[in-house]
Design a protein around this ligand. Structure first.
Ligand code: C2E
Ligand code: MG
Ligand code: MG
Ligand code: MG
Length: 289
């Protein structure tokens, strides 16, 4: 009976895998042409000073408008781009576009750009960043590169050199999704981050009675303050979560409670006004983008 089940299971899984693999190959093929076809776009999500409601900057988040499948999440296609060697072109396009857009806003609003560990592991990255800054005229301290903890899995000496080279350009560095990966306090000691982004998973349950996440967030904030780093809480959706995050002295907030990621056009009039505040809203504001 075990044999029979095994066979049945095998054919089921194998046809399943076949479909998934084919599907992925098809997506990969489409991804090769997506940039030249103009299917990629950036959305910008406001990063808000938690106590004053002032917008301090935005994070650029890529979207792929697939001609048949509709919008595809970066969580789906960025890993494919990384494996297929397409992250270079996409990453360079994101940097260029984000720097160009940010340079067109008056004032000193910052733009944060996500950098894949694959990009970070290439010694050409500082040159690519410098080129984007020079081509667009954006002041380096208005660009923030978001890096995840996985960059620390690579060669330690090379990682340290990369941090040095990027800091030498005058750009800011943020540690994204803090607490979800391979968190080690040693990273914070050795790397020159300007900001720690507290992952959404800590925020999600923090307002539930008995949750330990508030204590964890408080500890991260204490650590960041001692190291003179800013903090951003990611994924704040409700006014209750926002209240807690303010009580815990997290300096900045990103989340649907303020705004989903929006197209440049929706941002530009505010940005032109210089300083800009937004009112937080309850769950009614929650939308998909
Ligand atoms: P991330 O950098 O941690 O970005 C935050 C994610 O949380 C974004 O998802 C954002 O839309 C979402 N988010 C913001 N506020 C809320 C909220 O209140 N509730 C919930 N549930 N989610 C919220 P998105 O845009 O789908 O991006 C997912 C991930 O894909 C990003 O995580 C980042 O790791 C990666 N990514 C996005 N754009 C790029 C890019 O241009 N280059 C690279 N290499 N990676 C990117
Ligand atoms: Mg990010
Ligand atoms: Mg994040
Ligand atoms: Mg993430």
């Amino acid at each position: 009976a075990a044999k029979g089940n095994g066979r049945g299971r095998f054919s089921f899984y194998s046809s399943d895998l076949h479909t998934a693999a084919e599907d992925r190959r098809a997506l990969e093929d489409d991804l090769r042409d997506a940039l030249v076809r103009g299917e990629m776009a950036l959305r910008y999500q406001p990063v808000v000073h938690s106590k004053s409601n002032m917008v301090r900057g935005v994070e650029a988040l890529i979207r792929w408008a697939h001609p048949e499948r509709g919008t595809i999440s970066p969580a789906v296609f960025i890993p494919i781009a990384e494996e297929a060697g397409l992250i270079w072109d996409i990453g360079e396009w994101v940097l260029r576009t984000a720097c160009k857009d940010a340079a067109s806003w008056p004032g000193d609003m910052r733009v944060a750009v996500n950098v894949s560990p694959i990009q970070f592991a290439n010694e050409a990255l500082p040159k690519i960043v410098a080129k984007a800054l020079a081509a667009t005229g954006l002041a380096p301290d208005r660009l923030e590169l978001e890096i995840t903890e996985s960059v620390f899995l690579g060669d330690t000496a090379e990682t340290a050199l990369m941090f040095k080279a990027l800091k030498a350009l005058g750009v800011r560095l943020a540690l994204d999704d803090f607490g979800t990966g391979y968190s080690s306090l040693a990273y914070l000691q050795s790397a020159p981050f300007d900001k720690i982004k507290i992952d959404q998973s800590f925020v999600r349950d923090a307002t539930i009675p008995g949750s330990r996440n508030g204590a964890i967030i408080a500890a991260i904030v204490a650590l960041a303050e001692a190291l003179e780093m800013e903090t951003t809480a990611e994924g704040i959706e409700s006014l209750d979560q926002l209240d807690l995050i303010r009580q815990l002295n997290v300096s900045h907030v990103q989340g649907y409670v303020y705004s989903k990621p929006v197209p440049l056009e929706d941002l530009i009039e505010h940005a032109e006004a210089g300083s800009w505040t937004i009112k937080p809203a309850g769950p009614a504001r929650q939308r998909n983008d």
